[in-house]
Design a protein around this ligand. Structure first.
Ligand code: F58
Length: 841
């Protein structure tokens, strides 16, 4: 961004902004200050900013056309971007100007920023990761397009009623979305159902084509993604389903008005709502429709863009790299084949080579219940031609496996794309592995487990194909935007380079003995905590002393993440206080946040358990305010902005081998929280980076978990042999948290006592001992602060800039392509507009 220095120029800029606010309020919103609502102001300011992004966007497109670089396409069913206004202001370096212009217009920018509701187009980590990667791709000036779905209803809003989760629909588009630009001319058509047929070309060549039973239109909406203080503005292209207009007309002509409208509604259902399941495959037809819709629109769009610059598709993979974010877009394998073979008439083998060189696959989970397997019947009825292609590919592939490993039928069965156990199904992990040039895990440990267990056959047959790219998060949103106090302190100490080169934070290490700096560091945390205390005072009337330790676990609610282990600790402390009324403990505020999948019975009960314990503990005078428990309703990106900066302790306590990576763990550490955690996912690497003395480790290792499972795990033994654990479980069973109801938490207790699939009981005692160490250390303010600084200082590795650079090197083989500014603004002489030639000319 070119900013002209000098007071006068700034004044001029501010005046232009004020005028633009007024213009947008008047002309776009059609209101005056007498009638404008906060939403009108938000929209007027956002449009003003979007307009200022536009010239960078235009220049980015010009550069693509001129330099013809390779483009990264990130295909993901989810992009959890979070609110845009604040982030875009920071990335474009316009925050101060806008704040000034707003204030001179009688507006408070913070209030306006706070008004923005976020697009909840994702479930959790996977969707948020996609958004972090888009930020880094733009900031690193790498040409990229994010392809996703414009769900009309995003992730449900969570309310807590009587301690239970209640789901409310999230109509996020209702207030108006100033960030998207509809591009109807780029619409694509997507077929479903029908059959495939053989035909012969004029030259007598036998070919196959798909005759779908219905066709739906995908209309793209582009959301600009500005990089941090660079000229690159990439975009996120979200597809929205519309009915195919010619079908409507057919119905109208026969007078079937209602039929036409019904078709329209049916078509639009495809992008109506995001599936809110976490790590649980459900096999719903509509979900497969969504996946294919996303994939087909995106691949058609990429091919169109390629043919705009080239006259054939032989070198498609040299210009486009498509990353499959989990198996959700894995139907890209047969769809790219279909587009190449059936539509663009390329030879099968050539097409297969292009496909395999274009697609790459990221795996995000090891949980068997999350693996996508579509029943063949459903798959074939929706995508008959694709099933044929898959069967043919699989046939060739199994021949190769047979050649390499003769007489190894079990291996063949494991690697086949078709799972032959009745009812037969299409195994999407195997499809993705077969069609991708690389497969990657998202943390070192996760990748090791893929290589040694889940995808061991693939690793055997294609050594080197499985790579590791450890996840990362963007320091722009997760520090610069959400923690301005810390950002100011760090920047004053070491300059601002760390925002784009997070390894620079290492320079903070030399300040760990600088007492004024330590004090300032602690003050930042305390101020962030005071803000949070004010918030919970205001919404729940809970009083919290900001000097208490803020102990936080925010993430989706899932048994493997073990929020209930955290609760067992809280009850342990509660029981200790009740047993000894004079006991002094390190005061703590326990904060939880996260949504449960609406159909996940146990997860919903865990929420109820947390809120029930909170209700009792918070008002028990015996506790003397030493323990407080708070469940933040509706945890989302926006709440994340408040939570990460205020945490002292980050709970990363999943059972070893269950969490592929985790990314919240990184956000906490960057903001100076210490972690209590197991050796799971990226915790392993975080601990290595920050130093084992600055990380609270507990729990079984993955090898120990496997061994214990092999040997036969009996949770009841732990219950019988551990007095403290028994007391805690009995307390839950006694009904003291449920006004005497002993049934409510029976399912949780029974599951723990008799199965305990995530081995809470095996880890309980070590967890409690470790928490006791945490408490003792927190009392030593100086040491705690030093450790906090070291956590932040050593988080360089976990910037998504590093992850994206790894992908560039290990997977995509792409380079940055800086954007030259050709159009600085709309020229006064209007040379942008060339009069169109008429047909006759
Ligand atoms: C998460 N997966 C992993 N899935 O659980 C987490 O360890 C990892 O850090 C993160 O991906 C990023 O790699 C995840 O969030 C989903 O949300 C899916 C959404 C669609 C249905 C199945 C789960």
């Amino acid at each position: 961004m070119s900013t002209v220095p000098g007071k006068e120029q700034r004044k001029k800029r501010i005046n232009q902004l004020k005028r633009a606010f007024a213009y947008n309020l008047f002309y776009r919103q059609g209101v005056t200050t007498r009638t404008a609502t906060l939403n009108d102001y938000y929209l007027a300011i956002s449009y003003t900013l979007r307009d200022r992004m536009q010239h960078l966007f235009v220049n980015s497109v010009e550069t693509l056309l001129e330099k013809d670089p390779k483009i990264v396409c990130y295909l993901s069913a989810e992009f959890l971007t979070g609110p845009h206004l604040h982030n875009n202001l920071v990335n474009l370096g316009l925050y101060d100007d806008f704040a000034q212009a707003a204030s001179e217009s009688g507006l408070d920018l913070k209030t306006i920023i706070n008004h923005e509701e976020e697009p909840g187009l994702g479930n959790g980590g996977l969707g948020r990761l996609a958004a972090c990667y888009l930020d880094s791709l733009s900031s690193l000036e790498i040409p990229a397009i994010g392809y996703g779905i414009r769900y009309e209803y995003g992730m449900f809003d969570q309310e807590i009623v009587n301690g239970w989760q209640k789901e409310l629909s999230d109509h996020w588009l209702h207030p108006g979305n100033p960030w998207e630009i509809k591009k109807p001319v780029m619409a694509c058509e997507v077929g479903f159902g029908g059959h495939s047929e053989v035909y012969h070309t004029e030259k007598g060549i036998r070919r196959i084509r798909w005759r779908p039973a219905r066709v739906i239109t995908g209309v793209p909406y582009d959301v600009p993604v500005p990089g941090y203080k660079v000229n690159t503005v990439n975009y996120l292209r979200l597809w929205s389903a519309q009915s195919h207009s010619s079908f409507d007309f057919a119905d109208f002509n026969t007078g079937d008005y209602y039929g036409a409208v019904e078709d329209k509604i049916k078509a639009e259902t495809i992008t109506k709502v995001l599936y809110p399941n976490n790590e649980q495959f459900q096999g719903k037809k509509l979900r497969l429709e969504q996946q294919f819709f996303l994939v087909s629109c995106s691949l058609q769009d990429m091919i169109r863009l390629h043919l705009f610059r080239h006259d054939n598709l032989f070198n498609f993979h040299e210009y486009f790299q498509a990353q499959l974010n989990d198996t959700h877009p894995a139907v890209a394998v047969p769809e790219l084949m279909r587009l190449l073979v059936d539509v663009h008439l390329y030879d099968w083998d050539v097409s297969w080579e292009i496909t395999k060189k274009t697609l790459s696959y990221t795996n995000h989970t090891l949980l068997p219940e999350a693996m996508e397997k579509w029943s063949m019947e459903l798959f074939g009825s929706l995508l008959p031609r694709h099933l044929e292609i898959i069967l043919e590919l699989n046939c060739h592939f199994l021949d190769e496996v047979r050649m390499r490993y003769p007489d190894d039928d079990t291996r063949l069965r494991r690697m086949s794309v078709i799972d032959e156990t009745e009812p037969r199904s299409v195994h999407m992990v195997n499809l993705a592995c077969m069609g991708a040039k690389t497969i990657n895990g998202v943390a070192a440990m996760h990748t090791d487990l893929l290589r040694s267990h889940t995808l061991a056959d693939w690793n055997d047959m294609y050594p080197g194909k499985i790579r590791n790219v450890t996840n990362g998060v963007t320091p722009r949103r997760w520090m610069a935007v959400s923690n301005p106090r810390l950002t100011r302190l760090i920047t004053e100490a070491i300059g601002e380079k760390w925002i784009t080169d997070l390894d620079e934070l290492r320079k903070l290490e030399k300040l760990t003995d600088d007492v004024p700096f330590l004090d300032a560091w602690r003050e930042v945390k305390e101020e962030n905590k005071q803000d949070f205390s004010a918030l919970i005072k205001c919404c729940d009337n809970i009083h919290v002393d900001y000097r208490a330790m803020f102990d936080v676990q925010v993430k989706r609610i899932h048994e493997y993440k073990r929020q209930h282990l955290n609760i067992l600790h809280i009850i342990t402390l509660y029981a200790r206080i009740k047993a000894d009324p004079n006991l002094e403990i390190t005061p703590r505020l326990f904060v939880f946040g996260g949504k449960a999948a609406p159909s996940y019975f146990m997860a919903k009960r865990i929420i109820k358990l947390i809120t029930s314990v909170a209700r009792v503990v918070n008002k028990d005078p015996a506790v003397r305010d030493q323990l407080k428990v708070f469940f933040i309703p509706n945890y989302n990106v926006k709440i994340g902005h408040i939570v990460y900066p205020m945490a002292n302790l980050s709970e990363q306590i999943s059972q070893a081998g269950m969490e592929a990576s985790g990314t919240g763990n990184m956000k906490f550490s960057m903001n100076g929280a210490l972690t209590i955690g197991t050796l799971d996912g990226a915790n392993v690497e975080i601990r290595k980076e920050v130093g084992e003395e600055n990380f609270f480790l507990f729990g079984l290792t993955v090898e120990e978990v496997m061994e214990l499972r092999r040997a036969g795990y009996t949770p009841l033994d732990y219950y019988h042999h551990n007095e403290s654990l028994r007391a805690v479980i009995d307390l839950i069973g006694s009904g003291i948290f449920t006004s005497g109801d002993r049934e409510l938490f029976k399912p949780i207790i029974d599951s723990l006592l008799h199965e305990d699939p995530y081995m809470l009981f095996a880890d309980y005692q070590e967890y409690i001992d470790c928490q006791d160490r945490v408490s003792r250390l927190y009392a030593d303010k100086h040491r705690w602060t030093r450790m906090s600084i070291l956590n932040t200082a050593r988080m360089g590795k976990f910037s998504s800039d590093r992850s994206v650079k790894d992908y560039c090197r290990k997977v995509w083989d792409v380079q940055p392509c800086p954007v030259k500014l050709k159009w600085n603004e709309l020229p006064d002489d209007g040379v942008l507009f060339h009069p169109r030639k008429t047909e006759e000319e």
